[in-house]
Unconditional design. Structure first.
Length: 246
């Protein structure tokens, strides 16, 4: 992530919400949610692929596409949503973040009040879901990115004296999907876990809708069309960035 506050921002919003709801919902209820949110990182690792709703933003070209020499690839949302993922539209407005989380916490409280088994498995699952969805809250300074995240949980399992990661799979394109091997890449000197997902449903679909050529990229659109068609990725719209950047 490019935001060093990434792992803290969502919890910061939760703390503000808990303080605002303290008198209304009570310490015991909020403490229990906090306990589950805080311990969620011991149960699994949230991995994410990040997209933008705008494929032609100068700051994005400079940061993520070889300083404007690369490409922006536009995917068909209806195909991406068939993967074993949870999509999150990132919120950047702090007031909206607080209001949305307050509404969710109040719903959980209302349901919990009607349960005979207090703080049972349904409550636990709701809180773990909240912990994962805090990834949808981001510092307002990154608003220009217009980010959409697709998230997936990797599970921790005991291994010798510590833990290892396993992918439990899910549902992809309407069928059960097996878990994928856990891979790692090095970010400077830190191993970062990831998995690979097949966007093509084993070659049955082409999930790419559009390719935008970077503002400093001199490739001919016809060359990209030939490349894609030759690789059985047909009928993709090709266009040049409108950003004037050299």
């Amino acid at each position: 992530m490019n935001d060093f506050m990434e792992i803290h921002w969502g919890y910061y919003i939760w703390e503000k919400v808990a303080n605002e709801l303290f008198d209304e919902l009570g310490k015991d209820f909020l403490d229990k949610i906090d306990e589950l949110i805080s311990s969620s990182s011991l149960l699994g690792l949230l991995v994410a692929t990040c997209f933008s709703r705008d494929g032609d933003v100068l700051s994005q070209w400079r940061a993520y596409a070889d300083d404007g020499n690369g490409y922006a690839i536009g995917f068909k949302a209806k195909d991406v949503l068939q993967l074993p993922i949870r999509p999150l539209k990132v919120l950047y407005d702090e007031k909206e973040q607080i209001n949305e989380l307050k509404a969710i916490i109040k719903v959980v409280h209302k349901i919990e009040q009607s349960e005979t088994e207090k703080f049972g498995s349904d409550f636990n699952q709701a809180c773990y879901g909240i912990a994962c969805d805090l990834a949808a809250f981001k510092n307002p300074a990154f608003r220009e990115e217009q980010e959409i995240r697709i998230t997936h949980i990797l599970n921790f399992e005991k291994s010798n004296e510590f833990l290892k990661l396993l992918d439990g799979g899910g549902t992809a394109f309407g069928a059960d999907a097996q878990g994928q091997p856990i891979l790692f890449r090095m970010r400077q000197n830190i191993p970062v876990a990831f998995i690979e997902q097949d966007f093509t449903n084993q070659g049955k679909i082409n999930p790419i809708a559009e390719v935008i050529i970077g503002p400093k990229n001199d490739v001919l659109p016809t060359a990209i069309s030939v490349f894609l068609e030759t690789n059985n990725l047909g009928a993709v719209k090709i266009k040049k960035s409108k950003a004037s950047y050299r």
